[in-house]
Design a protein around this ligand. Structure first.
Ligand code: F6R
Length: 594
């Protein structure tokens, strides 16, 4: 999604902004731009497409000495992905970059047009820079004018503004979209996520909603909550893999080890979560979006089965506006890779407002959700660059499984033997994510048979139903083929009407969970001529194609082994179709608008 970088200092500003934007590239964007203010001149460059186009466009530009710079990668919301709609937007003497959505932009725009302002783009953002200049006309003071401008905005925003009227300041405002300010002790850096700042700055301030002001080289210390920025720059190499997504699929057994490390002991689970916090809860609500929602839906099965606690998993955008009933004895869990997804974050704020016990299961330390929730558990997947989530999902499911057993232990709904068994299964499940090259080869070959047809059904039962949803999502995200996930038992209630030989059914058939049931459901489809690809450790006679996984003793091992198969299947189909696997069309890594 949109990314912001800003800089105040003496270094080569163009280079700093473009390198910063490159760190955000994996998040998805369709145009990019940069403005540099030096020697009393504002220099702006914008292009559609990738950063390489922007680099080419400003290759002959350089600036030396002190100056200000802002840059942006845009994921279109208001107006198409054109050069005019790309940020920074300008009025007469000021430039702005913005993440988020200004909901009342149309009214503001009308008003400004009446006052003679002329707009070039279709964006909501352009209104803000014009409003600033209009306010400055009356107020004669840039800081007052900026604050007055921000006061008039409804919606979500992270904003940086530079103006020829102030040659040493960048104005900033934050509401709902993340914005970080950092310093190396001398220069000032801004970014919409911490990734570009790692290695550049020592201290950072994660701005809170409602913060608005300006920054120059001398007032960093006036910010609240300054903390050191930890972390080391991760390798941005693909390490011989064709795509980051492939590398991340192969990394899963490693990051899963990190997820369980110091959390599972031989016969007990230790989480950095006070037992008192969980003791009196009587129900759990899980809120998330996309893949993280699928992990949440898997957790519902685990929490109810092992901890015997009523659990609902709800898509965050649906939760927010449904006037949800919230009880004080309810544990409210949000799940998010980025910790910034707007709908999930707002759902979390709602739960906090209603006094629920809140917990974030998240991959990004210091993200908005981690800071907002009462407690948090980090999934430890490392930075995930592929837009289609793989290793983040695996670690979410594992951590939620651990949490389920932890709650079960606190609630005394699980025997000591079962805890031991679950822990053993967790360790075995991690082994099940080690990729057998024969299975990858098999999927590579198989993928050529699944490039046409009129769609895919992914079916599974129980916890394999959310896995089926996830398999379908992975395929559609990167292959652009139509795919749906269904509970196996639901097919005969309508969807089976679509069955014919051009309808591909990927059936998840674990030996250790409802095997006979899913077998019957698969047979129902096979007898209507659907093409069946079964994933199982048992040979399935009725299947047209089979992906045989290794022999496992528990269904959770089968779950993780099948997860790998589904991820690789999606990857290989997308590669054959010639798609950009890491940056699929229309998608963004972190969805910070609702
Ligand atoms: C799919 C995918 C998305 C995200 C969703 C939520 O591969 O990555 O569906 O899961 O946008 O994002 P997070 O987990 O960052 O809240």
């Amino acid at each position: 999604m949109c990314g912001i970088i800003g800089y105040i200092g003496d270094k080569e500003k163009k280079k700093i902004i473009i390198e910063g934007l490159r760190e955000l590239e994996y998040r998805g964007y369709d145009s990019a731009g940069i403005s540099v203010f030096s020697d009393n001149e504002l220099h702006s460059f914008k292009t559609t497409g990738k950063l390489i186009n922007l680099e080419k466009k400003c290759e002959n530009f350089s600036s030396s000495g002190f100056g200000l710079a802002i840059g942006h990668t845009r994921w279109a919301t208001h107006g198409k992905a054109t050069e005019i709609n790309a940020h920074p937007h300008s009025a007469e003497f000021s430039n702005i970059v913005h993440n988020g959505i200004i909901e009342n932009y149309a009214i503001l725009k009308k008003d400004l047009e009446k006052k003679g302002h002329i707009f070039l783009s279709q964006t909501d953002t352009e209104v803000v820079v014009h409003l600033f200049e209009e306010n400055l006309l009356h107020l004669k003071d840039s800081t007052l004018a900026f604050k007055e401008t921000i006061k008039a905005l409804k919606g979500s925003y992270a904003i940086l503004l530079i103006t020829k009227k102030e040659n040493d300041k960048i104005f900033y405002a934050k509401n709902g979209s993340p914005l970080i300010i950092g310093t190396d002790g001398s220069d000032i850096y801004f970014a919409s996520s911490s990734t570009p700042l790692i290695g550049l700055v020592k201290d950072v301030c994660y701005l809170e909603d409602g913060e608005v002001g300006y920054m120059d080289k001398n007032n960093f210390k006036s910010l609240k909550n300054i903390i050191p920025l930890s972390g080391t720059k991760i390798s941005s190499q693909k390490d011989g893999y064709r795509y980051f997504m492939e590398k991340e699929i192969y990394e899963q057994h490693k990051v899963l080890q990190d997820t369980i490390s110091s959390r599972i002991l031989e016969d007990k689970i230790e989480l950095n979560l006070p037992k008192d916090f969980l003791k009196d809860i009587n129900s759990i609500t899980i809120c998330a979006c996309g893949t993280s929602y699928h992990a949440g839906l898997s957790a519902k099965y685990i929490f109810e089965r092992e901890a015997k606690i009523k659990t609902d998993a709800i898509i965050a955008s649906e939760f927010r506006y449904s006037n949800p009933i919230m009880r004080k004895d309810e544990l409210f869990i949000v799940i998010s890779q980025s910790g910034e997804t707007a709908d999930t974050l707002e759902a979390l704020k709602l739960a906090n407002k209603n006094g629920l016990k809140t917990l974030a299961v998240c991959n990004v330390e210091n993200s908005s959700m981690v800071r907002e929730a009462k407690y948090s558990l980090l999934t430890r997947a490392g930075i995930e660059k592929g837009v289609a989530s793989t290793k983040a999902y695996a670690t979410q499911v594992m951590l939620l499984w651990i949490l389920g057993i932890y709650i079960a232990e606190i609630k005394q709904s699980i025997s000591k033997e079962n805890i031991k068994k679950q822990i053993k299964n967790m360790n075995e499940a991690i082994k099940a994510t080690m990729i057998n090259p024969k299975i990858h080869d098999r999927l590579k070959k198989l993928s050529k048979r699944y490039l046409h047809g009129h769609g895919f059904f992914f079916i599974g039962r129980d916890i394999f139903y959310p896995l089926a949803l996830e398999g379908a999502l992975k395929l559609k995200e990167i292959s652009y083929l139509h795919a749906e996930g269904y509970p196996g038992g639901e097919m005969k209630h309508g969807p089976i009407a679509l069955a014919d030989s051009e309808l591909f059914t990927i059936s998840l058939m674990p030996k250790h969970l409802l095997f006979d049931k899913i077998k019957s459901n698969t047979e129902e489809l096979a007898s209507r001529d659907a093409t069946i690809c079964a994933i199982s450790q048992e040979i399935i006679d009725i299947a047209d194609d089979m992906v045989l996984i290794d022999k496992f003793d528990s269904y959770m091992e089968e779950f993780f082994a099948m997860m790998i198969v589904l991820q690789i299947l999606a990857l290989e189909v997308a590669i054959r179709l010639g798609n950009d696997v890491d940056m699929p069309r229309n998608l963004a890594k972190s969805v910070t608008v609702e």
